[in-house]
Design a protein around this ligand. Structure first.
Ligand code: ADP
Length: 208
């Protein structure tokens, strides 16, 4: 059964605070931990851009790591489908994993459609001030559908996939994302560079 509860079910558990605080971790890594939360339609370019950003960050010596949608659904979230409740639980678990990564000092990049505003705001609320960076990969449906890298739009239009975002399930666009990428006008490198610039000017990355 899917549970979206956040309060622990178990009794007698306490949160253990370690000896290393965030500032110490940040100075050891040379940058802060953060979650770059990419959101957008299927085929908008979340995964492609997130991996390019990851590569640019790793080149600068940053501890960066992409949590990719399909990979997580193969493992951690293999019990979840695409109903609204299951999508909510999918994002909740990923948010918790992302928070742990950020707490470890990583710059974690997530590439999930995450269509519901409320679910994204819940993840934001898990993180500290400035640690949640919402990256809206804003690509018009027509372009996503023309790219159709996995052939999913074709299947959805043929009625072979239910609950497909943009076709027969809603997408709630961010109202004020930290980074807004309009990929109709931005190449992958330009889009990735825009994300890295944001991190450099918002006290997440140290000097190159
Ligand atoms: P998502 O992770 O959002 O489902 P993907 O990154 O898997 O999307 O697929 C996006 C596809 O669009 C890729 O094949 C990518 O090469 C292509 N593409 C073309 N132009 C761009 C662009 N400007 N930004 C991002 N992706 C682009």
């Amino acid at each position: 059964m899917v549970s979206a509860m956040t309060a622990p079910k178990a009794d007698n558990i306490t949160w253990h605070t370690g000896e290393v605080d965030r500032d110490t971790r940040a100075s050891a890594h040379g940058h802060r931990g953060a979650v770059l939360w990419f959101t957008g339609l299927s085929g908008s370019g979340k995964s492609t851009i997130a991996h390019r950003v990851e590569s640019m960050l790793v080149d600068r010596g940053v501890f960066a790591y992409v949590l990719d949608g399909d990979n997580i659904r193969h493992g951690l979230n293999s019990d979840l489908g695409f109903s609204p409740e299951e999508r909510e639980e999918n994002i909740r678990r990923i948010g918790e994993v992302a928070r742990l990564f950020a707490d470890s000092g990583a710059v974690v990049l997530t590439a999930f459609i995450s269509p519901y505003r409320r679910d994204r705001e819940r993840v934001r609320a898990l993180l500290g001030q400035g640690e949640f960076v919402e990256v809206f990969v804003d690509t018009p449906l027509e372009i996503c559908e023309a790219r159709d890298p996995k052939g999913l739009y074709k299947k959805a239009r043929a009625g072979e996939i239910s609950n497909f975002t943009g076709i027969n399930a809603p997408y709630e666009a961010p109202r004020s994302p930290e980074v807004h990428l309009e990929t109709a006008d931005l190449g992958v490198d330009e889009a990735a560079a825009k994300v890295v610039r944001y991190l450099a000017t918002h006290d997440i990355l140290g000097d190159p």
